[in-house]
Write a protein that binds this ligand. Structure first.
Ligand SMILES: Cc1cc2nc3c(=O)[nH]c(=O)nc-3n(C[C@H](O)[C@H](O)[C@H](O)COP(=O)(O)O)c2cc1C
Length: 406
């Protein structure tokens, strides 16, 4: 433990991302060839056995999602790559694409073969136009070399809203509509893009697939925490000595991430709180540092792994300000489709502004808790369900009131 392991970043800074031959020289596109020699269902079984779970936040078993899409009836099916990466503090998908664009294309083509889809679309964060250029070059070269067979990939630039990363809002957005979540079920594997069976995967999930097919499911299942095997790319921000990105096995502890890879707290200060998974992650207090980042381990302490963003605040930060900024983000990003999220995010921000002025009371904290708990169970999509998480955790583990009111 405490050592980096690079699977999806194995070629980062080692190959030229504008040259397909560099990727091929490292064994690239061999996994796709291997996949073609398997029956689609064998391929799906291999991915299921690997234990790979989504790296986009929900942690769903990747092989199972492929199985559902494979089993859905329909002539036309789609593979979507979610590269919207709207979570604040997260830039891992950008780094993965920049380091190894063909790994994503190969992962998408393998999934296409598994479910019987001939078309893939990469939904790319609007703020990443230069990444679009990298992907366009990669797609063109793959087409010229004929390595993708009859699987076609195109890019769709994102609409610039956080909610568009939610898979059904993403689908709406590709269809040219306003990015708002759909009611589920039906889930995308049954009825997704244009009502056709669709599998949506995060960039990091897809980048793992060629390696799993090449090296085998047992190899992958043996890495990290067995309940969430493999590695996770983490992006480190905030009051750390090293603001960087790392790829580590999933049994790595939060402590190692902060003190070993992050170099500890800058300027010799003490840790106050760490938030993992972006703005929708819980604020974790130092007593939980020995928890591993594995999806289920994080859930057990009321936190999430989410996108893998690690935001650290030192003792000198005013946590009320931090929480207030987070609540402002959610008020701004709520799409407004459902009342609990539209009104709830606004009320949470109002209450946090009051608390920030020092006028907050114990009754305000109780109201925040009631409101947050109501939103977790009644909001229409993950945005509103997760928006109260940082707030509720801050109320539970930290003192947000002035001393005399606390
Ligand atoms: C508000 C919201 C934003 C999301 N943003 C992203 C995102 O930027 N990238 C991503 O891969 N998944 C995002 N997700 C999760 C997706 O809905 C979906 O679970 C994921 O793309 C599935 O891929 P995976 O199984 O490979 O993780 C978001 C979810 C919600 C609720």
């Amino acid at each position: 433990m405490g050592v980096e392991m690079r699977i999806v970043l194995r070629n980062y800074n080692k190959i030229d991302n504008s040259k397909i031959d560099d990727y091929i020289d490292t064994g690239g596109y061999k996994a796709l060839e291997k996949a073609y020699n398997l029956e689609p269902i064998e391929l799906i079984e291999e991915l299921e056995k690997s234990g790979l779970r989504g790296r986009g936040g929900a942690g769903f078993n990747t092989g199972r999602k492929l199985r559902f899409t494979h089993g859905a009836s329909g002539e036309e099916k789609f593979i979507l790559c979610n590269a919207d990466e709207g979570e604040p503090g997260t830039y891992k998908d950008r780094v993965i694409i920049q380091g190894d664009p063909h790994a994503i294309l190969e992962g998408m083509a393998i999934c296409g073969y598994a479910v019987g889809a001939k078309k893939g679309i990469i939904y790319l964060r609007a703020e990443y136009p230069y990444v679009a250029d990298i992907l366009k070059t990669a797609i063109l070269q793959a087409k010229e070399k004929g390595v993708l067979g009859d699987f076609q990939i195109e890019i769709c630039m994102g609409a610039g809203a956080y909610v568009c990363g939610e898979e059904t809002a993403l689908i709406e957005s590709i269809e040219g509509k306003r990015g708002e979540p759909r009611s589920k079920p039906p889930y995308p594997p049954v009825s997704g893009l244009w009502g056709k069976p669709t599998a949506v995967f995060n960039v990091e999930t897809l980048a793992n697939i060629p390696q799993i097919i090449e090296k085998g499911s047992a190899w992958f299942a043996g890495i990290g925490d067995p309940s969430y095997p493999g590695t996770k790319v983490m992006t480190l921000t905030g009051d750390l000595v090293n603001k960087t990105f790392i790829e580590v096995p999933t049994d790595t502890t939060i402590r190692d991430i902060i003190y070993k890879f992050g170099g500890g707290i800058a300027d010799g200060k003490q840790l106050q709180a760490v938030q993992i998974g972006g703005n929708s992650g819980a604020l974790i207090s130092p007593e939980y540092l020995d928890t591993s980042i594995a999806f289920d381990a994080m859930q057990k302490i009321g936190a999430t792994l989410g996108s893998g963003a690690v935001f650290v605040t030192d003792e000198s930060r005013n946590l009320r300000d931090v929480v207030c900024r987070i609540s402002q983000f959610f008020e701004h990003e709520s799409c407004g489709k459902c009342t609990p999220c539209r009104e709830g995010t606004m009320r949470i921000h109002d209450l946090m502004q009051k608390i920030c002025t020092g006028d907050g009371t114990k009754a305000d904290l109780d109201l925040l808790t009631d409101l947050g708990e109501m939103m977790e169970v009644s909001c229409f999509c993950g945005l509103g369900q997760a928006a109260p998480v940082p707030i509720l955790s801050a109320v539970k583990h930290f003192n947000l009131l002035d001393e005399e009111r606390g």
